[in-house]
Design a protein around this ligand. Sequence first.
Ligand SMILES: [Zn+2]
Length: 286
Amino acid sequence: MAPVAWDLLCRPKKCGGLNIKGCKPWNVASVGKLLWQLVTNKEVLWVRWVHGVYMKICRSIWDHNPPADCSWYWKKINGLKRNMAHWYNGSTYTLTGNGAYSVSSSYNAMLGHMSRSWEMNLVWSGVMLPRHIFVLWLANQQKLQTKERLLQMHIPITEDVGCCMCALEVLESQQHLFGECCWVKTMRGALTRWSDINIPDMALPETLKWIRRHWKQFRKEVASTMIGAIVYHTWQARNWKIFRQINLSMDFYIGQIKKELTERPRMHAESRRARQCPLLIQRLCS
Ligand SMILES: [Zn+2]
């Protein structure tokens, strides 16, 4: 079962998606190049042929009406005018600065305006491990399949619906797992003392917003990397406990996160943004 809507996956990363290209709109945007060649009257053989066959009288594609007995392809190309005419000012394509046709610009224009999600810069940070990025991305969309989400989707659950990470009898939800659960609070406290990166206790989307507003670039990236690692390992610990009956100690997970939080920033230690935070690098890598 796909837990995330296809439309959301097809959004650009900066707007919360995974930047997957939808085949149909991408195909339409690609065929749009043929319309552009007609509008700009490109010196290519097929445009000259069209002018000699279909457009002998009317030389402008905007005023041309395809005849009833024309080919299916010609009708389809003319059908694009309806949705693409507003990209042109006369014969000038306006979605790019130089008027050259761009499939990506046309594709993005077809998707329409999407508001930017600034927290995505933190989720897609180069410091964070790719597998952590994916789980954090899902968690930030509230799409991890917790027991609460399964119940919302009317999927029957055979085991206990409570949180398996703590002794509290509460429904397992994302808000609980990554915010209120004493397991995650203990982990977060230990890592905060070790790294000296203090982040107030908040639900996940608010935590990323808070990090974005409060720190400089590299510190932001390291802080969100720490949050990504906490979310990833908490989710992994929960899954191992439920599905494999493996119950590792908190120290094991904290040790893993410390190792990752040392290795990843070290890889970027020579970058300009990292050199602006020497104390942080020293603390993590010493
Ligand atoms: Zn709990």
